[in-house]
Design a protein around this ligand. Structure first.
Ligand code: NAP
Length: 307
């Protein structure tokens, strides 16, 4: 029987592990399919306080893990495949094995949607990114492309004009999904060029491990052309990793956990931390802070319940 099972090993999960381990709760962390979370896919992290020279994303997350292990956290590879949260103790199926636990911290994150091109996958961290706040700074004076037609794409395009020489927003349709106010703001920004009815067919040049350009196609005229680009930001939405909890944990229509205040979910003893609930900030530091909150909430819950 576990005191705390933490689902996910990104910033939120690892911070929850550090706090619950230091509270002597011997947490078990189920690493998940994307062990280390989104940080493990980035390169340099320059905005996590305490690292004036910046720190590599994978190193930061590995350090957090080491810190949690140091205090007695245990890590298990694999993912939670099923959950029974309507009974006490709770039961989680980890790669076929059922584990019983008094509390659960869901820190399973959200996965950025990608276009799905092989070249895109190969160039993540080498010019291709899904986070303008994280990586925009690296593209000072460079040519930037943003993909998407929703609020995220508008927001990222606007933000990236602080750094880039020019920002081209590429959207697959003629109409935008973004709210009027966000679209207006982007359209009024003289540094943003719009390419509508345009799709990305390929990215160059995975063999150099560096983004150098994109092949684009106009879906109306059929015209195909290459365009130079240094930074390519995909802003086509995120998918929260809550599938195994659906029907038990309250979520919004997109699957993000609905918070009941603090780190609480609709089930007492089950807490949320990080991007699985937060669709707004999505930063390493905010996910870590949420992990801390969930850990303290779990600790207090166990104490109050006399467990
Ligand atoms: P979204 O609203 O779902 O928009 C995703 C965009 O990506 C759509 O324009 C979509 O095109 C495009 N897209 C999806 N798959 C694609 C593909 N395979 N290839 C090319 N384009 C693709 O996602 P979001 O912009 O991340 O916003 C998510 C939610 O957060 C929304 O509710 C939004 O309002 C909110 N948000 C709010 C703010 C704010 O208020 N400050 C900022 C960011 C996000 P189609 O239009 O053709 O489907």
């Amino acid at each position: 029987m576990q005191n705390v099972v933490i689902v996910g090993s990104g910033c939120a999960g690892n911070t929850a592990a550090i706090y619950t381990a230091r509270a002597n709760l011997s947490p078990l962390v189920v690493s998940g399919h994307e062990a280390g979370g989104q940080l493990s896919m980035t390169t340099l992290v320059e905005n996590f306080p305490g690292f004036p020279e910046g720190i590599d994303g994978p190193v930061l997350v590995e350090n957090m893990k080491k810190q949690a292990r140091h205090f007695g956290a245990e890590y298990r590879d694999g993912a939670v495949l099923a959950a029974e949260l309507g009974r006490r103790p709770f039961r989680l199926n980890v790669e076929g094995e059922w584990i019983e636990t008094r509390t659960v911290i869901i820190a399973s994150g959200a996965t950025a949607r990608w276009l799905g091109l092989e070249s895109e996958h190969k160039l993540i961290g080498h010019g291709v990114s899904s986070c303008a706040t994280c990586d925009g700074f690296f593209y000072r004076g460079k040519k930037i492309m943003v993909i998407g037609g929703g609020d995220s794409a508008m927001e990222e395009a606007n933000f990236l004009t602080r750094f880039g020489r020019e920002v081209t927003l590429v959207h697959r349709r003629g109409e935008f999904r973004a709210s009027k106010i966000m679209l207006d703001r982007a359209q009024r920004n003289p540094k943003i060029k719009f390419l509508t009815n345009t799709v990305v067919e390929d990215l160059y040049d995975p063999s150099q491990h560096l983004l150098t350009g994109a092949r684009l196609r106009n879906t109306v005229s059929g015209a195909v052309w290459d365009q130079e680009v240094d930074g390519f930001f995909v802003a086509i939405g995120h998918v929260p990793n809550t599938k195994v909890f659906r029907g038990q944990i309250d979520t919004d229509p997109d699957g993000y956990i609905l918070s009941k205040g603090g780190a609480r979910t609709n089930i007492a003893g089950v807490f949320h931390a990080g991007d699985v609930e937060d669709r707004v900030y999505r930063q390493a530091i905010t996910a870590s802070a949420a992990g801390c909150m969930a850990a303290i909430a779990a600790e207090r819950y166990l104490e109050a319940e006399g467990l």
